[in-house]
Structures are given as C-alpha cells and as structure tokens.
Design a protein around this ligand. Structure first.
Ligand code: AVI
Length: 321
C-alpha cells in the first residue's frame, strides 16, 4: 500500500468512527488538502489571526540571540517539522547565513510539493544556504536523521501546531521528539498563550468567514473523496473558547435536519437541527502548563521568548538532566 493509500484508509476509518459517535467528531488533521492548505494560508493573513505576526515578531526581535544560542556547540543541523512556506523561518535562515554560521537546514514535510516549493524559493533568496529537504512523517525522518548523523540538532516547530493536540497527545508528541535528542540538542517550539478571551474568539471566528470555509473543507473532502452528499452550506462554524481550560473548540453545526449518505463508506447518518460535529481544539497555554508538559516529557525549559504584545511565546527546551 502506498503512503497515500494508507492515509486515505486512515481518513475513511476516522470518518466512519467520528460520524457514528455521539456526539459526532471529525479531526482537523484531515482539512489539509490543496484547498485546505490555501485556506490556512488565508487564515494566517487575516488581521484577527494574530499568531503568525506575533511569532514573526519574536523571531525578528530575537534573531541575534537565537543565532548565538543555536550555535552554542558549533556546526549544527536545523531541522524544521512542518516546513510550510517558511515565511518566519526565512528571517532566521537569513540571519544565520549572513553571519556565516555553519549549519544545514533540513525542512521535513509530509508533502514533497511543499518541500520543493520551499527549496526553490530558498535557492533564489539565499544561494549560500545548504538545504536538505526530507519528505515523510516527522518521526520516521527524525529517527533516520538521529541514527546516521551525530551533529548537534536544533529542532524547530513553529506556529502553535502542538495546540491542535490534547494534553496526552501533546506529551506523546514531545516524548517522540525528546527520544531523538541528545544532550547538546535544542527544541524551539511555539505555544500560543492564554489572553483576553475575545481576542482568541475573534481569531477563530473571523469576520470574513474564512475559518468557516476552512472547517467546511472537511465536508467537501468527504463529498469529493468518499462520494458523500453533505449539504455543506447547511453547516455553520461555531467557536467556543473556555478561558478556564484554555481550550478553543471549533464545531460545525447543522442548521437544518438532514440525512447524509457516504456511498464509499456505506454509511448513512442523520443530523438533527443544531446537532454538532466537533472538528478542532486550539489549546492556549501559560508557563506553568508548558513546564508541566515539558516535565512529563523529559524536557526542561531553557529560555522563553515573547512578542512585544505578549500574545505568543516560543520556548527553548533541552533534555531534562
Ligand atoms: C494549524 N493550527 C496551529 C491552527 C490553529 O491556530 O489552531 C489551525 C487553525 N484553525 C483555525 N484557524 C487556524
């Protein structure tokens, strides 16, 4: 079975499980086909979605310090999980290349297309940069790199991607990273912070309805790839941020009763009016919670970086002594 077929089967099993459950759920992990990627790019450019700008500010403000810290043990591999279009990373790469730091940039992404686009744009922007893109799932590639390469590693994960995992999943994710780290290695990771609940509410319920289209892409994909007949426009996006737990939850809600048939899965499911599908969590953090996660995962916080509006933080971790 090819990787693509395995992923498709996983997606189909997930849809069967999620739509038979009560309450119903579908994971945001499956939003990201080409259209989903494009909608996420649009979200990142929204004025309400402060996360991207805030992390850009952190990297831009602290690039001098980051260069020195990352270079603590001399030549290193800079490994990025989830390469994306690299807008924020490019600031860091430029700083390192301009100052003639000896390092190799290794972006890892599930999509070969994303790696190729990034590598091409970097060849033009920074011709002296050594890029070695790796296509695959994060942990398979990380394990492979850890066995054949003994250079110090700096692993970076930008954009609060960890927030789309619940705490047990987040700990699992951090442990898997920690397992390929040695004493000299660093992990640099973004965690969106708890803040005025309205700021978070607006970031995930934007006035232009892009986030609604982003979530609805799950239903479009099911219709297209599994021969489904979701009346997509009858499902509205709802966002609910709980300031106590720091969890923003997004739902699609049926505004009319309907029966949905998904032929490929031989599944028929009914929706009552106002019935929900839970699609995503976007967890918000504070230092205590990040410290707790780190501790549970065998990591410790070495340094914390914050943007000038105090919205977002990147944490530098090492293996716990
Ligand atoms: C990818 N991830 C970190 C985004 C977030 O902020 O949770 C996905 C997203 N969902 C709605 N807007 C953005």
């Amino acid at each position: 079975m090819t990787k693509q077929e395995t992923f498709q089967l996983e997606f189909e099993n997930h849809v069967t499980e999620g739509l038979k459950a009560f309450p119903k759920f579908l994971s945001s992990k499956y939003i990201y086909d080409d259209r989903g990627d494009e909608l996420f790019q649009q979200i990142m450019a929204l004025p309400e979605y402060y996360l991207t700008e805030a992390e850009y500010n952190i990297i831009d403000t602290h690039k001098d310090n980051l260069r020195k810290v990352f270079n603590t043990h001399g030549a290193f591999d800079l490994i990025e999980l989830g390469a994306g279009d690299g807008k924020k990373t490019k600031v860091l790469l430029k700083e390192l290349v301009t100052n003639k730091v000896d390092f190799t940039y290794i972006p890892i992404d599930i999509s070969q297309h994303a790696i190729d686009d990034l590598t091409n744009s970097l060849t033009t922007l920074l011709p002296d940069l050594e890029v070695q893109g790796e296509q695959g799932t994060y942990f398979k590639v990380l394990e492979r790199l850890a066995t054949y390469n003994k250079r110090p590693k700096v692993i970076i994960v930008l954009g609060s991607n960890i927030g789309n995992l619940d705490h047990p999943q987040a700990i699992d994710f951090l442990i898997k990273i920690k397992d390929v780290m040695s004493d000299q290695d660093f992990l640099f990771m973004g965690f969106d912070q708890k803040k005025d609940p309205l700021t978070i509410q607006h970031a995930y319920a934007d006035s232009q309805g892009v986030t609604q289209e982003f979530n609805r892409n799950l239903l479009h994909r099911i219709n297209k790839e599994m021969d489904g007949d979701f009346p997509v426009n009858n499902f509205e996006h709802w966002e609910s941020y709980d300031p106590e737990t720091g969890t923003a939850k997004s739902y699609l809600i049926a505004t009319e009763p309907c029966v949905v048939e998904i032929k490929r899965l031989q599944l028929k499911t009914t929706f009552k009016k106002w019935e929900t599908i839970h699609c995503e969590i976007s967890q918000k953090y504070d230092d205590d919670t990040v410290e707790w996660l780190a501790n549970k995962s065998g990591l410790e916080i070495e340094k914390i970086y914050e943007d000038h509006q105090k919205l977002f933080k990147d944490y530098l971790f090492k293996i716990k002594k």
